[in-house]
Structures are given as structure tokens and as C-alpha cells.
Design a protein. Structure first.
Lengths: 107, 110
């Protein structure tokens, strides 16, 4: 939806870090989410962050939240070809989704 | 636990036909919603429900109806299908902080 925005494409080499960015408008969102969608599949919840946190780490995934700028990012360390997918951020207030960032990982 | 199930997986309709997309969840979630996904548009919220008997409109409700007579089921009705409704439709249900998606229904309107 209009309330959540993402860039459309990101290309990285295998082993590099990927950073996917998202901006949102609803400051009342209690949670913010990252979902992964592989080709032809549904959406898989990757991780989420509570709005009173600045950072959350979960294995290779790091979520950073800047509430002042309403900016959310997802960092994938040591990106693998299996990480190639579309990544969506979503706000937890209305569950509006961004348009998705297509991550392409080159071997 | 089956989670969120949707039927059918695929459907082709002619312009003007009506049909119902089925969605069911077995997690006893109060909140359910329908999205459509179009290339480059992400997911857009069509309708949602915060409990049995309560529904509300999302971003793109025109041309769709919903009802919620039970906690488990949340069907989406297309009253008179149009080519602009060609899309992949996802149903979702959630608890306080996690949303789960069904596998989707790919609908083509010719």
C-alpha cells in the first residue's frame, strides 16, 4: 500500500551482505514485519520487531528500526543463492505491505 | 494444525461470472484478511474481519464482498468478475503479533 514503500530490486553476490530498506508512515504501528516470498509460493514470516526496539538479530538476519525517520531495514549476512526471493515489509497496525524488493543473489 | 487453507488453487472465470474464494483457519484467530497480489504492487488489503460478524474494507474493496459467520471461515465473493480482478489472492489470519498466510488462489478473468 501507499503507506509502506520499498525499492523494487537488489542484486548482490553470494557471500556478501544484503540490506533491504523500507519506509512507513503509520507511527502507531506496534510491530513491523519482514516476509519472504519464493517464486510461486505464499508469504513466509521471517522476523518482526517491536516498535520500542532499535535492533533485533536472528541468526543471519538483523532488523534495524529508526522510529524517528520511520525507516526499517533488513540485513542478511553471508547471502546465499537460496535467499533469492521477494522480501516484503509490513506495518503491524493495518498490515499494509510494501511492493516488495526482489533480491537476486549471483553465484 | 492445517493453518490457513484456501480453495481453489487455480480458477478461470469469464467476465461477469461470480464465484467465492474459500478460506479457513484452525488457529482460533479472531483477525482474518484478504489480499490481492499483482506484479510490482505488493499485497493490497481487500477486506478484513476482527471477529465473527464484523468485517471492514481495506485498500481495494470494490467488486468484492465478504462475510464472517464463524471464527474459522472467511469467504471472499466476486460479484461480477472483471479482467482487472485477475490476480493472486491470499487469505491470512493473525493473533496479536503474527500473521499467517494461506497458499493463495490464482484467478484469471477472461
Amino acid at each position: 500500500g501507499e503507506d509502506v514503500e520499498q525499492s523494487l530490486f537488489l542484486s548482490v553476490r553470494e557471500g556478501d551482505s544484503s540490506v533491504i530498506n523500507c519506509t512507513y508512515t503509520d507511527s502507531s504501528s506496534t510491530y513491523l514485519y519482514w516476509y519472504k516470498q519464493e517464486p510461486g509460493a505464499g508469504l513466509q514470516l521471517l522476523t518482526y520487531i517491536f516498535s520500542n526496539m532499535d535492533m533485533k538479530q536472528d541468526q543471519r538476519l538483523t532488523v534495524l528500526l529508526n522510529k524517528k525517520d520511520k525507516h526499517l531495514s533488513l540485513r542478511i549476512a553471508d547471502t546465499q543463492t537460496g535467499d533469492s526471493a521477494i522480501y516484503f515489509c509490513a506495518d503491524g497496525q493495518k498490515f499494509y505491505f510494501g511492493s516488495g524488493t526482489k533480491l537476486n543473489v549471483k553465484p | 494444525n492445517a493453518g490457513v487453507t484456501q480453495t481453489p488453487k487455480f480458477q478461470v472465470l469469464k467476465t461477469g461470472q461470480s464465484m467465492t474464494l474459500q478460506c479457513a483457519q484452525d488457529m482460533n484467530h479472531e483477525y482474518m484478511s484478504w489480499y490481492r497480489q499483482d506484479p510490482g504492487m505488493g499485497l493490497r488489503l481487500i477486506h478484513y474481519s476482527v471477529g465473527a460478524g464484523i468485517t471492514d474494507q481495506g485498500e481495494v474493496p470494490n467488486g468484492y464482498n465478504v462475510s464472517r459467520s464463524t471464527t474459522e471461515d472467511f469467504p471472499l465473493r466476486l460479484l461480477s468478475a472483471a479482467p482487472s480482478q485477475t490476480s493472486v489472492y491470499f487469505c491470512a489470519s493473525r493473533n496479536s503479533y503474527e500473521q499467517y498466510f494461506g497458499p493463495g488462489t490464482r484467478l484469471t478473468v477472461t
